[in-house]
Write a protein of this length. Structure first.
Length: 512
């Protein structure tokens, strides 16, 4: 059966809108790492105990990861532009509260509020791109820029965090978010024109909200607790069990309710499922590397915070090049799996180089090439992954599909930090114990050697994880190159119907 699809003219302000959306995304990604370098200073200033310092990171991760699906659904229901602006304003206010914190309670609370408002604006940002850029070539460029920011922003956060902490004080790692948020909110309010007809005005699935939030919070908390208390801790195990039960109940609920929070049709598409899973695994490896290299450069090599931040520049350059020069240029010429699979493998080779780290390793000989390969590979894989996450989606589901890509990254980041750090700590302890028994005479040197041994042992795991991510991308992702726009019901943005049966019309791409 043939149809005539309605192709809307592109929004003339879409590229201006992209600038403000990218600025907001940069702020969110920066915030995930910028506080890390400032944490020791904030801990001393506010008298935070070693047992509680993890909550500066965990409070944000729990709120952000647990509420992303809810935020995506709110964007579909309330309107993406409105949700985006409200999220930005709330994030700015929460950042001001964090910068002015007088005790650990205020700091933890502000971080949780940042996570709440981040969960609103992050899926709204990605879904705005999905509905504003419908031409395949332009979409590739837009998502190339977005992917570079999403991939490289974490490393930029390390540079900015080091600079602000060393030249001003830790409070500016919070205050710096305010101008980002104000400029992005004003720009979005005056520039973004959200396409009509893309809202999902169905009633909110309250049971789904509660089950998904509690399930994801339990999962993130379980990995966070495992890092500090061990995998055999009774509460750690109980948290994982509770997470499994809650998430299973969530899936069963979504299959039965009339207006689900996460329509299972979003997950059942093999391309989107492959993207969510492979990207989550890739982020596990990347966040683990951020952690290990930060400690290696500062503790083992003696770099200052600013010098450590600048040492990550090759990875940022690689990610930007991979996203904008490789991914964006080839996205309309080759299938996505031909970018994602080799991209993750290239990142694995970069990790493989970093398994050769020694206490006295040369930055130019080991760290530089490892970072460049890691950045190139992840940038090349990120770009088509970001685009494909909302490819073929109905406009009414764009927010929740965007939330899933953020959820996979956030959960992957939490898992990566906890899992790989636990592996590294165990390997370092075993190395120190065995070599002390053999009569090692220099305790300080043994401590550094043990630390590096732990890092390289965990990096070997990261190599394996990236290889698995590559295999998943090559196996599950089977979408062809987007030389045509696939649409349903005249939306011009995707495939699929309410019952999940695809009804496609293929339209030749016209360059505008």
């Amino acid at each position: 059966m043939s149809k005539t699809a309605d192709i809307r003219l592109p929004d003339p302000s879409r590229w201006k809108a992209l600038a403000f959306i990218a600025l907001a995304q940069l702020m969110v990604v920066l915030d995930a790492t910028i506080v890390n370098i400032a944490l020791p200073h904030a801990q001393t200033d506010l008298g935070i105990t070693d047992a509680n310092k993890q909550w500066v990171i965990t409070a944000y991760a729990l709120a952000f990861g647990g509420l992303l699906l809810f935020g995506g659904r709110i964007a579909d229901l309330w309107g993406r532009k409105r949700t985006f602006v409200v999220g930005l304003i709330g994030f700015a206010l929460a950042s001001a509260l964090g910068g002015a914190a007088q005790n650990q309670g205020m700091l933890f609370g502000s971080r949780a509020l940042q996570g709440v408002f981040g969960a609103l604006l992050a899926p709204a940002a990605l879904s705005l791109l999905a509905v504003m850029f419908t031409d395949a070539k332009e979409r590739a460029k837009a998502f190339g820029i977005y992917g570079a920011i999403a991939g490289g922003g974490g490393a930029v956060g390390l540079i900015l965090g080091g600079f602000l902490t060393q030249t001003l004080n830790w409070r500016w790692t919070f205050f710096v978010n305010i101008p980002f948020a104000v400029v992005a909110a004003l720009g979005a309010y005056f520039v973004i024109r959200e396409p009509a007809g893309g809202r999902n005005r169905s009633s909110l699935d309250i049971p789904g909200v509660v089950l998904s939030a509690l399930g994801l919070v339990s999962l993130v908390y379980g990995f966070t607790r495992a890092e500090s208390s061990g995998w055999s801790d009774a509460l750690t195990i109980g948290t994982f069990v509770a997470s499994g039960v809650l998430l299973l109940a969530f899936v069963l609920t979504e299959s039965k309710v009339k207006s689900p929070l996460l329509p299972l049709r979003v997950l059942m598409d093999r391309n989107r499922g492959g993207v969510y899973l492979s990207l989550g695994l890739g982020v596990i490896a990347m966040f683990g590397l951020f952690l290990f290299l930060t400690y290696y450069l500062q503790v083992v090599q003696g770099f200052s915070p600013i010098k450590t931040g600048f040492a990550f520049l090759p990875m940022i350059a690689g990610m930007i090049t991979g996203s904008t020069q490789i991914g964006a240029r080839l996205m309309t010429r080759v299938p996505a799996r031909m970018l994602m699979g080799p991209g993750f493998l290239t990142a694995a080779v970069g990790m493989l180089v970093l398994t050769q780290l020694q206490v006295d390793s040369s930055y130019a000989a080991v760290i530089l090439p490892g970072q460049l390969l890691m950045g190139l590979g992840m940038g090349t894989a990120f770009m088509p992954a970001m685009s494909l996450a909302t490819h073929g989606i109905e406009p009414r589901d764009a927010g929740v599909a965007s939330a899933m890509i953020n959820t996979s990254q956030q959960v992957g980041g939490a898992i990566g930090t906890a899992l790989l750090n636990t592996i590294a700590a165990s390997a370092a302890t075993a190395y120190a114990t065995s070599h002390a028994a053999l009569g090692a005479t220099d305790p300080e040197q043994l401590k550094l050697q043990s630390m590096v041994h732990g890092f390289t042992g965990a990096i070997w795991w990261a190599v394996g994880i990236l290889v698995v991510a590559s295999a998943i991308a090559a196996t599950f992702v089977n979408a062809g190159r987007p030389s045509t726009i696939t649409t349903s019901g005249g939306t011009g943005t995707g495939t699929g119907s309410a019952d999940g049966v695809e009804d496609e019309v293929r339209i030749p791409v016209v360059a505008h």
